[in-house]
Design a protein around this ligand. Sequence first.
Ligand code: 13P
Ligand code: SF4
Length: 303
Amino acid sequence: WPGFAPYIKAINDLKRARNAVVLAHNYMTPEIFHCVADVIGDSLQLAREASKADAEVIVQCGVHFMAETSKLLNPDKTVLIPDMRAGCSLAASITGADVRALREAYPGVPVVTYVNTSADVKAESDICCTSSNAVRVVESLGAKRVIVIPDEFLAKWVQTQTDVEIITWKGHCEVHERFTADELRAYREADPGVKIIAHPECPPDVIDEADFTGSTSGMIKWVEDNQPSKVLLVTECSMSDNVAVDAPNTEFVRPCNLCPHMKRITLPKILDSLVFMKEEVTIDPAVADRARMAVERMINLNH
Ligand code: 13P
Ligand code: SF4
């Protein structure tokens, strides 16, 4: 769309002038994902890249918990988020006090926290995980029982992949919880050749209908490796838009749900961020030190 061009040029010019890097999640709209991002990826890839960033400024095109993770890993850098209101229903579902109460209820049971949480919650945890490494993180602890919070559906999916007993919480992703097994069955009946790929934040009966379950980068890789003629990505809408650019031989069936938080990030707001150096993400240092340990344990596990 021609209206995007001046923003794209101004953002890319200012990035150089400010020595800034733009980290963009796979759910960003295509003009952000393909035209202004320096680094793209799922939550784990973005956290890893943030830990290596050598720019002075990080502009996080994603939601608040992702910007907090970048700040945890770069305490001396300026981390900006183009819209401070970009939250997440999972991050909002649990507090640090809730984690302390869980620890009292299950003494000695290690706590694995999904990165989709606030720094306060990470600070109360033993280690973080993302949807792409959750099983590995859980099994790395060598425990019989593990608390995996706050996503009930991710935890239930992990339970199908491991013998470790999983205790969880009642948090849900407001985007993925809306998909239904009935709607997927209807797509398959209409077109038995369609491949169905689901994110592990989906409800268990939705995952049961899928040919593959994985994180957003896992889904992208699956499409690249398998080159299906028709695929349905059971996840946020921008994923199909972004992946379709590099998959000209695949038809994307698009029942999708928008994440209103991710969609707060737009080109004009990214430009404002770089012009006015706003909005800066800060974390209480007492919380940050403990939260950083949980994130770094996860990152180190993957090296
Ligand atoms: P991943 O990109 O790590 O799969 O996470 C998806 C998500 O919902 C992020 O908000
Ligand atoms: Fe949170 Fe779901 Fe939006 Fe991801 S898609 S940011 S998990 S509400």
